[in-house]
Design a protein around this ligand. Structure first.
Ligand code: CP
Ligand code: NVA
Length: 310
């Protein structure tokens, strides 16, 4: 049986297929429970630190609501609220928080920081987004796909847009672990780094799926899911003009959808979206049901992560 007690979620690389399935099933159960109005006690007496160096709507609210739903106490620590990074080292902050809290969420820039927090705090640490990875988002995406298609294995997942960011990296990991064929369509300058692609190819081999990196939008043909994300991630604001120029041909719009052959293809987006850039308003609204289910599922999956690991 799967037991994740004490385990941190820093990247999905560290979780195998059975462990991811376990978290998705737990999230499904917790979602049911919430729908039935049952008050949970799975985090009763637990204190959770929420460190945010970058802004957030979904991740912050998901952690806060999920923790409170299960009887725990969430403590929000914004970038100007604690000494982390300017007056106190990550190691010392980690050792303090580890003495006081039962789990720590971290959103920020550096993947190294979230890893250090886990190493020095001694409690489960959850990556709420770094420059490199966004694993809790992927759990919500996988749950949404499972709900829509009733399965994950064998589906064709196509990511279009900035192929080098935290979402592209993490979706490639999640899909290859779960047996979904993963196609990434982006201009060559924005392809993911080779080491990560190679690593994901070994996951894909194990799960019986394939990874395909391309710069040709015709490759959306067999897509069950088309996924996109912002062209400029948090911290990349100065790159806007250059990215718009480079990525314009990779916009998710009506024309792109005409290149698909399946009749039940869905579009997904982790949000927040810049409509008119990576996705048109029209396509966004056409798939808004899925996109906001995905946003809601952040809460249920994050709840599963906390309940499963504390
Ligand atoms: N998708 C997501 O992580 O949203 P926030 O940045 O609002 O948390
Ligand atoms: N790639 C985006 C994801 C936001 C949830 C960013 O890092 O800003």
């Amino acid at each position: 049986a799967v037991n994740l007690k004490g385990k941190s979620l820093l990247t999905l690389k560290d979780f195998n297929k059975a462990e991811i399935e376990y978290l998705l099933n737990l999230a499904g159960d917790l979602k049911q429970k919430k729908r039935m109005g049952i008050i949970g006690e799975d985090l009763k007496g637990k204190n959770i630190a929420l460190i945010f160096e970058k802004p957030s709507t979904r991740t912050r609210c998901a952690f806060t609501v999920a923790c409170t739903d299960e009887g725990g106490h969430p403590e929000y620590l914004g970038k100007n609220d604690i000494q982390l990074g300017y007056k106190e080292s990550v190691e010392d902050t980690a050792r303090v928080l580890g003495r006081l809290f039962d789990g720590i969420e971290f959103r920020g820039f550096s993947q190294e920081h979230v890893e250090k927090l886990a190493k020095y705090s001694g409690v489960p640490v959850w990556n709420g987004l770094t420059d490199d990875y966004h694993p809790t988002q992927i759990l919500a995406d996988l749950l949404t796909i499972k709900e829509k298609f009733g399965k994950m294995e064998g589906l064709n997942f196509v990511y279009v847009g900035d192929g080098r960011n935290n979402m592209a990296n993490s979706l490639m990991i999640g899909c290859s672990k779960m047996g979904m064929n993963f196609t990434l369509i982006a201009p060559k300058q924005l392809w993911p780094i080779k080491e990560l692609v190679d690593e994901c190819k070994t996951f894909a081999k194990e799960s019986g799926s394939i990874i395909n990196i391309s710069d040709d939008t015709e490759e959306v043909a067999q897509a069950d899911i088309i996924y996109t994300d912002v062209w400029c991630s948090m911290g990349e604001e100065t790159k806007a003009a250059e990215r718009i120029k480079l990525l314009k041909p990779y916009q998710v719009n009506k024309e792109l959808l005409t290149k698909t052959n399946k009749n039940d293809t869905i579009c997904m987006h982790c949000l927040p979206a810049v409509k008119g850039n990576e996705i048109t308003e029209e396509v966004f609204e056409q798939y808004s049901q899925v996109i906001f289910d995905e946003a809601e599922n952040r809460m249920h999956t994050i709840k599963a992560v906390m309940v499963g690991t504390i």
